[in-house]
Design a protein around this ligand. Structure first.
Ligand code: HEC
Ligand code: HEC
Length: 294
């Protein structure tokens, strides 16, 4: 501060020396910062210089000063990722070599598959089958034990790997005839068989109207070959079970008539080539574990 040689006057009220600066009669008291504060201040300067030397600090024209440890969040992330990859590699080699049965019987590999499958499902399957695999109109629920193409681990694996009516040359395939669109049945016949199909789950308790009896006959002649005599369905041709109350395309009369007149022929993409075989195995285990696996 002003270090002139004048003796500064002492403030009357506080007894503290003034700096000699005066503005319109207001005088500044000479209150230096406390000693401890000064030392902390010097310490931070020393610390900062040390920090610059050790850690990344100053920008340069081409980047920044790396510091003696060359630390960065990126290199730390890479280090952690390396640890995870090493952990996974331990399983991945064993997993790739193992067949589905072996994986199912090895608790470690099984848990590894379920965890990986859950993630792969969210990324690849949830868009159609729903985040909880609960399905929706045209997309089967994968939690129940009602399977179009079979609920064993091998059957599920095959469905995922090759798809249904997909572009793969090993895809699961079948085609329900378009009974209405192609005039294979009359309007009355379709309505009658729809009544019969809708009441199938009631079994013997169904009210047997004349239409119902007619529908039963139409069914035996045109539908039983795929859907089974009593409507149990047939997983060899992906024909849904019709004697329960689970409907892929709706269970009201109009929806059933529509399914018979203009079959939907749903498409499930093939995942071979898009996902590794190891991921497809993980997905098969995961879907199988959802509750409906046989
Ligand atoms: C573009 C929509 C779509 C995507 C994406 C999709 N699916 Fe499907 N999936 C379908 C359809 C449609 C069916 C029913 C096919 C049919 O009518 O037979 C189906 C059927 C299935 C079945 C057979 C169910 C049964 O009852 O037999 C399984 C298992 C399955 N999907 C698993 C998966 C898995 C696992 C994935 C992710 C890798 C996946 N799906 C992705 C549309 C999709
Ligand atoms: C060649 C085999 C085949 C024949 C014959 C066949 N279906 Fe199907 N049916 C399927 C397949 C496969 C599906 C599922 C894919 C689709 O809807 O195209 C299906 C789906 C259905 C559905 C929709 C089920 C749901 O869950 O929403 C109904 C209803 C149905 N069939 C009724 C009939 C009736 C009634 C007949 C006879 C008039 C018949 N089907 C004949 C194979 C067949």
């Amino acid at each position: 501060m002003a270090n002139d040689n004048n003796k500064h006057e002492i403030d009357q009220v506080t007894g503290i020396e003034t700096t000699g600066h005066e503005w319109d009669g207001l005088k500044e008291l000479n209150n230096p910062a406390p000693r401890w504060w000064l030392w902390v201040f010097y310490a931070t300067i020393v610390f900062a210089i040390g920090y610059w030397a050790v850690y990344p600090a100053w920008p340069t024209l081409t980047g920044f000063t790396g510091g003696s440890k060359n630390w960065s969040e990126y290199s730390q992330l890479k280090e952690h990722q390396g640890e995870i990859t090493a952990m996974r590699a331990k399983y991945e080699a064993r997993f790739t070599a193992a067949d589905l049965k072996t994986i199912q019987n090895d608790p470690e590999l099984y848990e590894y598959a379920r965890a990986g499958g859950a993630i792969a499902f969210k990324n690849n399957c949830a868009a159609c089958h729903g985040a909880g695999a609960q399905g929706g109109y045209g997309y089967p629920n994968l939690n129940d034990d009602d399977w179009l193409w079979g609920g064993t681990l091998d059957q599920i694996y095959t469905t995922i790997r090759y798809g249904v009516r997909s572009t793969s040359d090993q895809t699961r395939i079948s085609q329900m005839p378009a009974f209405g669109r192609d005039d294979l049945l009359s309007r009355e016949e379709i309505e009658a068989v729809a009544e019969y199909v809708q009441k199938m789950h009631l079994g013997d308790k169904a009210e047997k109207t004349a239409t119902y009896e007619k529908g039963k006959e139409v069914y035996a002649n045109n539908c039983a070959s795929c859907h089974g005599e009593t409507g149990d369905g047939n997983q060899d041709v992906g024909a849904p079970r019709l004697n329960d109350d689970i409907w892929l395309y709706g269970g009201d009369r109009a929806s059933i008539i529509n399914s018979i007149a203009n079959p939907h022929a749903g498409v499930m993409p093939t995942w071979e080539g898009r996902l590794s075989d190891s991921t497809i195995k993980q997905l098969a285990i995961y879907v199988h574990s959802l509750g409906g696996g046989k």
